[in-house]
Design a protein around this ligand. Structure first.
Ligand code: SAH
Length: 353
């Protein structure tokens, strides 16, 4: 697909044409990754963060959230819960928390692998090459690091480097993660103030260029305690003709286009989408290209503290309730639950050749 084609899909408003986009994405999804929906158990292990991303509610400068970090035994308990609920993968996410030392994390990974055999996906932000290697050697399988926007100037503006450090390029980090041996996942937020339609089209083209194994995208959701909190994309677009406008279709257009450019990738219908459209978001995502759901299994007492954006879906539930709801929704759609690790067909193929 050319950049112009991607862009015109992103800006398409004709309901009939959009139906053809949803259909194409759904067909490609079925052909390449089948009717199986994989569940990934998400555990948010720490909301401690040294960064000050302008969009994120757990940025260091926000003094409102109480800060927490789960112990290794709490993480292990969550892994066992995931295993007992039938999951094949545990996704471990946190702020950029350097108090979580590489060897402690490596030890947790070793224990999770030994006691549950789950595939382990990490989403711990920007760390050193040595840390990434140590975790891979400990048994981690996948790494998620969104490049957030392919517009480098905008990225560095909303994601400033830690004090005294050089800004890093997440696309380069993704390439080195792949070299280490990880399955790599990335993605963007749609509707960031200052993001143009051209930028978002380039984001989709970047998914293809990186040939991603996993693509996670969602709408930008303003958090009131952040510098981007008061601004919806519409207002900030004043004076910027090409500003992306976040409407009800946009998050699904990004998912559908991700499926078109990376047919064999694992693509979740994300929590941000479920938060944006609580009634139908998750199901629409699954009907328009997605094949993965990531139910939040974080212990209830910590959930409210991991508030990267407000009103996060499943904010006060028990992990078992979140899980049950996901299973019901998948069954309602007539899709089947995945078993086992659910490695992306893209990665498996690569491994064969
Ligand atoms: N510290 C890790 C994990 C961050 S949270 C990292 O930086 O990779 C995971 C994702 O949540 C981020 O990559 C970002 O795309 C998304 N996110 C953060 N704040 C958001 C907001 N206000 N609206 C929508 N998505 C947001």
């Amino acid at each position: 697909m050319t950049l112009d084609e991607i862009r015109s899909w992103l800006q398409e408003n004709d309901p009939q044409k959009l139906e053809t986009l949803w259909k194409q994405a759904d067909t490609l999804r079925r052909k390449n990754v089948g009717n199986v929906v994989f569940l990934r158990g998400l555990v948010e292990i720490s909301n401690i963060c040294r960064r000050n991303c302008l969009y994120c509610g757990i940025r260091a400068a926000n003094s409102k959230p109480d800060r927490y970090r789960m112990s290794t035994s709490e993480i292990l308990d969550t892994a066992k819960l995931a295993k007992n609920l039938g999951y094949g993968t545990l996704v471990i996410q946190s702020g950029e928390d350097l108090t979580c030392q590489a060897d402690e994390m490596a030890d947790a990974i070793v224990q999770i692998k030994r006691e549950t055999g789950l595939a382990v996906t990490l989403s711990l932000g920007e760390r050193s090459e040595a840390d990434y290697k140590a975790w891979f050697e400990a048994g981690a399988n996948r790494y998620l690091l969104r490049f957030e926007t392919s517009n480098e100037k905008l990225f560095h503006a909303i994601h400033p480097p830690a004090p005294g450090e050089q800004a890093r390029n997440r696309v380069e980090i993704l390439k080195s993660l792949r070299k280490i041996g990880y399955e790599i996942g990335s993605g963007v937020m749609a509707g960031i103030p200052g993001q143009t339609w051209e930028d978002l089209a380039r984001d989709v083209a970047m998914f293809a260029e990186l040939d991603l194994d996993m693509i996670g995208c969602g709408p930008f959701l303003p958090h009131p305690d952040t510098p981007l909190g008061g601004v919806g994309s519409q207002e900030s677009g004043v004076g910027m003709a090409d500003q992306v406008i976040l409407d009800e279709h946009l998050p699904f257009k990004v998912i559908a286009l991700a499926r078109l450019v990376c047919p064999k990738a694992n693509i979740p219908t994300t929590t941000a989408i479920a938060t944006f459209d609580p009634k139908h978001g998750r199901l629409l995502g699954l009907s328009r290209g997605a094949n993965v759901v990531m139910p939040n299994l974080t212990p209830t007492k910590y959930r409210k503290m991991y508030e990267i954006y407000p009103n996060k879906a499943a904010g006060s539930e028990l992990p078992e309730e979140t899980h049950e709801r996901a299973v019901r929704q998948i069954e309602e759609l007539g899709r089947t639950l995945g078993k086992g690790p659910g490695t992306s067909p893209r990665f498996l193929q690569k491994a064969v050749y």
